[in-house]
Ligand binder design. Structure first.
Ligand code: ADP
Ligand code: MG
Length: 718
């Protein structure tokens, strides 16, 4: 056995196990070793059901076999009743006066139950216990299975997947340990860094994370892996940053004066934040190294205008050593609709100038101006567009990521703008550069995803940051209301009223499908498809409704969005896929179901969908959770000044699991934990820069180099 042996050569696997491992991305022994427990069970705390005794206060883990709503036999008190099973036996639990529990928790869920055990005619039951859904239930423990920890109680619990159990992981990892393979492992983190921050070595940390003798061991191990993850990301980003500096840029010496006439034509005057952003960019442009800058601003803060002004500056600059022609701009958007939207805005802003604009997406290409009608764009072939881009005739090209595919070659690409794209790595950027030279275009990355500062420092470690922290004046704040269960009617009324005025609405649901439509039990998390049916039947009989969710194909999604944008549908019922910045100014109401399931920053972003208009906009936030905590948390939506504030709140209150879009950042759970800790992020950042400063391509650090390169391969577009 070695670290890179495929799992199936070392373990006999059943087909479902194979499938499950593949799904979890576990292919080699090394992958298995790095599959960490999600938590630890403690047999001293948790009881097994067969050992319960009446009168005890006890905690058990189990699976819900049955749960229902009923009325007390004589008292008629509404109550929820459940049967929980853990492999050693089953026990009932009842919740008087809390029938909603039967709606929140469903059959098959894994739960932790804690409370007093009572006895009724010889049958044990929990009465009004605390109940919490958990990811997985510890496999039933006997000493033989988990071995003895110091006090005989701690055991790892791994996230299970259909076909593979926590128990399987426990056994298999134990076997890997017993094979002596840990001796082979080299620690990529330099020893002095480990010492400085009191972190365990890799081997120790692996042992401690899988079989801690005491809680502190596991904490120290987790701290090490969290540090490691942020440290490697930092190394990669700092290395990239250093690398950019080796390239020449396109010095562009434009100042505010040069763009004054262009800015004057805009239908508004710039906010201070926009002016400052343009200044930042101009001062980067002047340098002879390429710019790498991130423009972070809430939805509606006016990033497109900044993109347009700076594009203007580039497109009106003549290439070095030439007295004709112009530098080129590439503007990338995450969806076709957004690309088209930007294309149309650019036509409006640039039509008075002798500059051509191209649009390139998966479904076709356009060029402005058309030869026939200089006020209109025209469809052209990809080949034709590519030719004009290559010979430099088209100054600005807007598109989806098709743009960076090899077929598009530029003559003088000097400026790349990326809208709402988190994963634009060095590789992509290099692909875009003019092949012959050591010249790299300036990069402006724009995002509205509100994230905490620690996360920004980590994932955008190679970029300089500009914040657009001011919204254009005169915009009416969105009227936001937290709606408790049973009060939905006023919100529906408002939707009808707005549609009556010719406006449109979004309804956001947290799920796509009901988990099991045959179940009569009401599932609280509304599904898009079910909710659409219900609303059509009961609430919005006359209005036209469309559905949008992540399981639809890209083409289906685009077409639904297009119809909505064109005003063909009144109500769009969607999952949070509408997050990305599509501009439908005519939509003025948004209803968000199951808000307790979203992070505040994500709710804020969803709400941003209706910020576009000059009409008064409304946001109704529905929650099924009556708890005071939820209500208070959601109240922050009414007070916060911007998304960043809410992102910090999410992080502080509920941890990194709540941050929206986390999948895109490619951080593990541990890495996300690390970003709760500013000190750790700063330490990782400082150590990474001091290594890169002295050893920019990691020649003296082969292990680090290998790790950084491995993680780089994983960066790709969806
Ligand atoms: P985002 O930052 O979300 O990309 P946009 O660039 O799409 O925002 O701008 C949102 C809306 O605000 C657009 O309709 C735009 O014309 C308008 N806008 C941008 N800057 C200003 C400004 N300084 N004053 C008034 N309106 C502005
Ligand atoms: Mg935008």
């Amino acid at each position: 056995m070695n670290l890179f042996s495929p799992i199936e050569t070392e373990f006999r696997l059943l087909p479902p196990q194979k499938k499950a491992l593949k799904k979890l991305g576990i292919e080699t022994i090394q992958d298995l070793l790095f599959y960490f427990p999600v938590r630890y069970g403690d047999t001293a705390q948790g009881k097994i059901i067969k050992d319960l005794v009446a009168g005890d206060s006890a905690l058990v883990y189990g699976k819900i076999l049955q749960i229902s709503l009923r009325k007390g036999f004589k008292s008629k008190i509404p109550m929820a009743e459940a049967k929980i099973e853990d492999g050693t036996g089953s026990v009932k639990a009842v919740w008087f006066h809390q029938p909603y529990i039967a709606k929140i928790i469903h059959e098959g869920a894994f739960v932790k139950i804690e409370g007093k055990v009572s006895d009724r005619k010889g049958a044990l039951y929990f009465s009004n216990p605390e109940i919490e859904e958990v990811q997985t239930v510890p496999t039933i423990v006997g000493d033989s299975l988990f071995g003895k920890s110091e006090n005989g109680t701690l055991y790892p619990v791994y996230r299970e997947s259909r076909g593979i159990s926590s128990r399987w992981f426990f056994h298999s990892i134990r076997k890997v340990f017993e094979s002596g393979i840990l001796k082979e492992i080299e620690d990529p983190i330099p020893e002095d860094i480990l010492k400085k921050y009191h972190l365990p070595t890799l081997t120790t940390a692996l042992v401690w994370i899988h079989s801690p003798r005491k809680e502190n061991d596991s904490l120290a191990a987790r701290k090490r892996f969290a540090f490691e993850e942020v440290f490697f990301i930092q190394l990669q980003k700092q290395r990239d940053k250093k690398e950019y500096e080796h390239y020449a840029g396109f010095p562009i010496s434009k100042s505010g004066n040069d763009v004054r006439s262009f800015v004057k034509r805009l239908p508004f005057s710039l906010t201070n934040a926009q002016e400052k952003a343009v200044e930042n960019i101009f001062s980067d442009f002047k340098k002879d190294t390429p710019m790498s800058r991130l423009l972070e601003g809430d939805v509606g803060s006016g990033k497109t205008a900044v993109a347009a002004i700076t594009s203007y500056a580039v497109a009106t600059t003549t290439p070095h050593n030439q007295d004709y022609g112009n530098l080129q701009v590439a503007y990338m958007a995450p969806t076709e609709i957004l690309a088209e939207q930007h294309f149309n805005s650019f036509i409006e802003l640039f039509s008075h100038l002798p500059l051509s604009i191209g649009l390139i997406t998966g479904s076709g290409c356009k060029k402005f101006p058309s030869k026939v009608n200089p006020k209109k764009p025209t469809d052209i072939s990809r080949t034709q567009l590519s030719k004009w881009v290559k010979n430099g005739e088209i100054a600005m090209v807007i598109g989806t990521h098709t743009l960076i595919q090899k077929s598009v070659e530029f003559k003088n690409l000097a400026f790349v703008i990326i809208d709402e794209q988190h994963r634009f790595g060095t590789m992509q950027r290099k692909n875009l550069r003019h092949k012959k030279d050591m010249v790299l275009p300036h990069l402006l990355s724009m995002t509205a995803t509100p994230i905490p500062r620690t996360l920004a420092l980590t994932i955008y470690g190679d970029l300089d940051l500009t914040l657009l922290d001011e919204n254009p004046p005169g915009r009416k704040p969105i009227q936001t209301e937290i709606v408790l269960p049973g009060k939905r009617d006023t919100a529906y009324e408002k939707v009808r009223e707005e549609i009556g005025h010719g406006r449109q609405a979004y309804i956001i649901c947290p799920r796509i499908d009901e988990p099991d439509p045959t179940k009569e039990m009401a599932v609280i998390a509304k599904s898009v498809t079910e909710e659409a049916k219900r609303l059509k039947k009961e609430v919005f009989k006359k209005e036209s409704i469309a559905v949008l969710h992540g399981k639809m194909t890209k083409i289906e999604k685009e077409s639904v969005m297009r119809d909505f944008k064109d005003g063909k549908t009144d109500i769009l019922i969607a999952t949070s896929v509408v997050e990305v910045g599509v501009n439908v100014p005519n939509a003025t109401v948004i209803l968000i179901e199951g808000a307790e399931r979203f992070g505040l920053a994500q709710l804020h972003q969803l709400r941003g969908r209706v910020l576009r208009s000059t009409h008064q906009a409304y946001c109704f936030v529905f929650t099924e959770n009556r708890s005071k905590g939820t209500f208070e948390r959601l109240q922050a939506l009414l007070k916060a000044r911007n998304g960043f504030e809410l992102a910090e709140l999410d992080l502080a209150q509920r941890g990194s699991g709540e941050l929206s879009g986390r999948k895109q950042w490619g951080l593990s759970d541990l890495g996300m934990e690390a970003i709760r800790n500013m000190k750790m992020v700063e330490a990782a950042r400082n150590e990474a820069s001091s290594i890169i400063d002295t050893d920019p391509v990691l020649i003296a650090h082969p292990l680090l180099k290998k790790r950084v390169e491995n993680s780089e391969q994983k960066i790709h577009f969806e």
